[in-house]
Design a protein around this ligand. Structure first.
Ligand SMILES: Nc1ncnc2c1ncn2[C@@H]1O[C@H](COP(=O)(O)OP(=O)(O)OP(=O)(O)O)[C@@H](O)[C@H]1O
Ligand SMILES: [Mg+2]
Length: 400
């Protein structure tokens, strides 16, 4: 009441009231009276001042040139206090401001919020078997965040949606994209965004977006988007419309964002995705990852065998590729692991026969359900295949 009275009095005298807080929680009767100003996270210039301050008080020379750039890059996304702490810790640990220490501290602060996580990636395109169209699409965007691209006036890539059969390498591609684009990969968990209190979920999403935009240029990876948005269609009936509102804010951010944030999202249950999300123009491209064809299986067998420290040349990969129709990449990986167990138990090296035997003992998921067919039917015409279709499958489709 007192605040309302003060507001009325202020209006007549040309005064205004400023309320500060880290969360936007105003009682509904006051909400309409106030204008909300979001305070963004500090930019590089401000962080630079913090850095100078810390170096000054530690009597160290302030880093310059590339070194300074790397440190400030590592610090973006933190508040001034967090950056100050990270710089101070780096000085205590190594007598200089080491950007690796700052980056490590940032990964921890970002993770503490529970909404985002900076993912360290080791995966590269060489770890992916097949999916040639998707790989070359990503490779074309290799330098799109750099200075050269800006001068060329290349439009900044917005994002890509990967839909497809489970276990076909969607999450793997998302991780590998970070090494192609050479930007930090931030994982956003849509599920944990949905807080329990009304208004909290939207605030969570806003906070996460602020951090991502401060770290930009970066890649935001939303894994299993379908699970995160599962409730948004029936949201009005189940959660008072919270999921629908969060989804709405997400979509409008996708549309309007100006910071260089490349979004890479994966999903397999396309029926759970709201149609607005699949509209052309929302993404640069929507890719469909199908079960690997024989050429792709050949590549995946080689990669998986090599990953467990064995020489693929010692195995009859061609036969394995032929015998594993209907298996996805994850199942191939599982079969290789099982065969290792089989051979290890008998204290010898694994052979092609071990793998073939394991293959005979397992049934791929695709043979157990019709889901794959239903997904494939949906994707035809709606999403671009991640793999160049094999000539014979084209023929089959035409005759069918
Ligand atoms: N094309 C591929 N090349 C190499 N490895 C693959 C491929 N496809 C899948 N794998 C392997 O299978 C496992 C599962 O892959 P991933 O998690 O990327 O599948 P996904 O498509 O995201 O599945 P889901 O839809 O269930 O999330 C990973 O360990 C990955 O290394
Ligand atoms: Mg996945």
């Amino acid at each position: 009441r007192a605040l309302k009275d003060a507001l009325a009095a202020g209006k007549t005298r040309g005064r205004c009231i400023v309320i500060l807080g880290c969360r936007q929680v105003l009682p509904p009767e006051l909400e309409r009276e106030f204008v909300l100003l979001d305070f963004t996270l500090p930019g590089k210039e401000t962080l630079g001042q913090v850095l100078d301050g810390i170096c000054g008080s530690a009597k160290l020379k302030t880093p310059a040139g590339d070194d300074r750039d790397q440190i400030l890059d590592a610090a973006t996304g933190m508040t001034c206090t967090e950056a100050e702490n990270a710089f101070a810790l780096a000085i205590v640990e190594s007598r200089k401001v080491d950007h690796a220490v700052v980056a490590r501290e940032k990964a921890q602060t970002v993770k503490k919020s529970g909404l985002l996580e900076i993912v360290e990636v080791r995966e590269t395109l060489n770890d992916i078997g097949g999916l040639d169209c998707l790989k070359s699409w990503l490779t074309q965007r290799r330098e799109s965040f750099g200075e050269r691209a800006r001068q060329y006036r290349l439009p900044t890539p917005k994002g890509v949606l990967l839909l497809g059969v489970p276990g076909t390498g969607k999450s793997l591609c998302a991780k590998a994209s970070a090494s192609v684009l050479q930007r930090p990969l931030i994982r956003m968990d849509m599920g944990s965004m949905m807080g329990s209190l009304v208004g909290e979920s939207e605030a969570n999403l806003r906070a996460a977006i602020h951090v991502a935009e401060a770290i930009a240029p970066c890649i935001v990876w939303i894994d299993e988007l379908d699970k995160g948005l599962a409730g948004s269609k029936s949201s009005g009936a189940t959660d008072g419309g919270t999921s629908a509102r969060v989804f709405g804010s997400f979509i409008s951010w996708m549309q309007e964002r100006t910071a260089s944030v490349f979004v890479i999202a994966t999903a397999n249950d396309v029926t759970q995705l709201p149609p607005e999300l699949l509209r052309k123009g929302r993404w640069d491209e929507i890719f469909w990852t199908d079960l690997p064809n024989s050429v792709e299986r050949d590549a995946i067998w080689r990669i998986k065998i090599a990953q467990c420290g064995r020489d693929p040349k010692k195995f009859d990969v061609k036969a394995l590729a032929g015998a594993s129709e209907g298996y996805n990449g994850a199942e191939v990986e599982g079969v290789v692991a099982d065969s290792l167990y089989r051979a290890f138990a008998e204290d010898r090296e694994p052979t092609t026969e071990d793998i073939q035997q394991t293959l005979r003992d397992t049934v791929p998921l695709s043979k157990l359900s019709d889901q794959v067919d239903a997904l494939r039917k949906w994707a035809r015409g709606r999403a671009r295949p991640a793999t160049t279709p094999e000539p014979e499958s084209l023929g089959r489709r035409i005759t069918a």
